[in-house]
Design a protein around this ligand. Structure first.
Ligand SMILES: Cc1ncc(COP(=O)(O)O)c(C=O)c1O
Length: 494
């Protein structure tokens, strides 16, 4: 197959455009921009491909370099490409469909979406969730006891009692709320009664309720940097301003300038920072609780994958240390069961329980009571605990073999995140290495790893690769790990 030449394609495209409408010639930079955009949308240029330099493209098209730079800038602003200092301009991995994109910026018609809508759509977000080896965040459903799950659901469907087919009132199905309260107080040292637990459609919905009920439009939310993009999106959708706060090996670390600001919400992942894996140290936990109390801020503790700890003692929650009632604890079944279950829970201080339940019911009309009933049985009958033990063992083995093979291939070239928990690890790269470029190389070989730099909001970005191991079958880890290791090693040698 002849390799795709962007220069030739653009020349042909610009020639055609002038032939079709000789009096309507677009400004030069617009036609370069439109041609590249067309090449990206038609997938002649696929995500991760590096564009030619502005200088060489300008020469090929016989236009000035400024013309090409202006076209690149426009593509960058609209999210079609990403620029990596020192490495070049790459076709972005974020693929929104063309309809959404044209609604954001419809040429000549002005924006159609609200300012909020445009902000949500243009902020960095999740790439398409390809289910491929090493995709972060995907669990392995083949380990899930689906027969038991099916049997428990069938039991309720056979009788279909009306109350289980109705909306979920009062914060969710009572027996599930009770069993979660039990589980959290024993295994996570959460201080909780059943009344404080609400069942939600996952962490996203829990965060949305917090933002809607506890913050006003324009209020400030501190978010970890790097951090979970989906949490930021919820805050943006609720008209909050974001302040990225540095995360180091001990967790979130506000600097002097941060301390002069007044956050209303502070979003953290203390048990296992997403995505660097740092565990928040005890002194940091205490400092954060004191700071939140002093500033009248709410801490949103996202404990998304605390079940996966492969060595050492289980960590207690931040909420369990809170003497000021300023922590809201969020959990999810997405990681331990499967993402599409969309069931999560939150623990709120007792005086917030009623306002949260009412708002959840009035604004969301939650449902899935039948599913909640089956899940309550699943936990009460001990299947959940058995499943947790099983996945802990399986994912722990996968982690261990991946670490072994990456260390063998990479040697001293790259460090691996040390924390033995979660479903992913981070290959830490030298700062000058282009993690976006390496992730694109890996994608060509069918491996989906995410560039650590893409999880940042601020300008201080570390380079690395976020590698999910939970979804890769144990017997394939060595094969895919070796492949990944060699991709990284040869990129670092260049
Ligand atoms: C940091 C973090 N929190 C929470 C979740 C789960 O969110 P949900 O319960 O909305 O599926 C994820 C999923 O990827 C995550 O990475």
């Amino acid at each position: 197959m002849t390799p795709f030449s962007l220069g030739e394609w653009l020349l042909a495209d610009m020639h055609q455009a002038t032939a079709n409408a000789p009096h309507n010639a677009l400004h030069r930079y617009r036609s370069v921009y439109a041609g590249i955009r067309k090449a990206i949308l038609s997938r002649r240029l696929t995500p991760g491909i590096r564009l030619p330099s502005s200088r060489s493209l300008a020469q090929e098209l016989s236009v000035s370099r400024n013309t090409v730079v202006a076209a690149f800038d426009q593509l960058l602003a609209e999210g079609y490409v990403t620029a990596v200092t020192g490495s070049g301009t790459f076709v972005a991995a974020i693929r929104r469909n063309d309809k959404v994109r044209s609604a954001v910026v419809r040429a000549g018609r002005g924006p159609i979406l609200s300012a909020r809508g445009r902000r949500i759509l243009t902020a960095p977000g999740g790439a398409t969730h390809e289910i491929q080896p090493f995709v972060p965040g995907m669990d392995d459903f083949s380990v899930f006891p689906s027969k038991i799950w099916q049997r428990l659901q069938n039991k309720y469907w056979r009788d279909s009692p009306a109350e289980l087919l109705d909306y979920a009132a009062a914060g969710g199905y009572m027996p599930l709320r009770r069993t979660i309260a039990n589980y959290l107080s024993i295994s996570r040292s959460v201080r909780v009664t059943t009344e404080q637990v609400l069942i939600t459609a996952g962490t996203q919905q829990s965060l949305q309720l917090c933002a809607q009920l506890l913050a006003n439009a324009g209020d400030l939310a501190w978010v970890e940097d790097p951090g979970y993009w989906a949490a930021r999106k919820v805050f943006e959708a609720c008209d909050l301003n974001l302040r990225p706060i540095v995360v180091d090996a001990e967790g979130i670390h506000p600097e002097v300038a941060d301390l002069t600001t007044e956050p209303r919400l502070i979003y953290v992942t203390p048990s296992h920072h997403y995505p660097t894996s740092a565990v928040m140290s005890l002194p940091r936990r205490q400092a954060l609780l004191d700071l939140a109390a002093a500033k009248g801020a709410w801490i949103l503790e996202d404990d998304y994958d605390s079940e996966f700890r492969y060595s050492g003692r289980p960590l207690s929650s931040l909420q369990g240390l809170d003497n000021h009632d300023c922590v809201i604890y969020l959990g999810t079944f997405s990681k331990i069961l499967y993402p599409g279950i969309k069931l999560g829970y939150m623990v709120v201080p007792i005086d917030l329980a009623e306002p949260f339940k009412r708002t959840l019911y009035d604004t969301q009309r939650p449902g899935q009571v039948m599913l909640q009933a089956a899940l309550a049985d699943f936990i009460e009958q001990g299947h959940f605990a058995t499943h947790v033990r099983k996945v802990r063992q399986v994912y722990g083995e996968r982690r261990e073999s991946l670490v072994k093979v990456l260390r063998a291939v990479l040697g001293p070239h790259a460090q691996l995140s040390k924390e033995e928990s979660g479903m992913h690890l981070v290959i830490e790269l030298p700062d000058q290495a282009s993690d976006i470029g390496i992730a694109a190389e890996a994608a060509k070989q069918g491996l989906v790893v995410r560039a650590l730099s893409s999880y940042y909001l601020g300008n201080q970005r570390r380079s690395g690769l976020v590698v999910g191991y939970a979804y890769v079958p144990t017997q394939r880890i060595k094969h895919f790990g070796t492949l990944l290791g060699h991709i990284v090693k040869s990129a670092l040698r260049r």
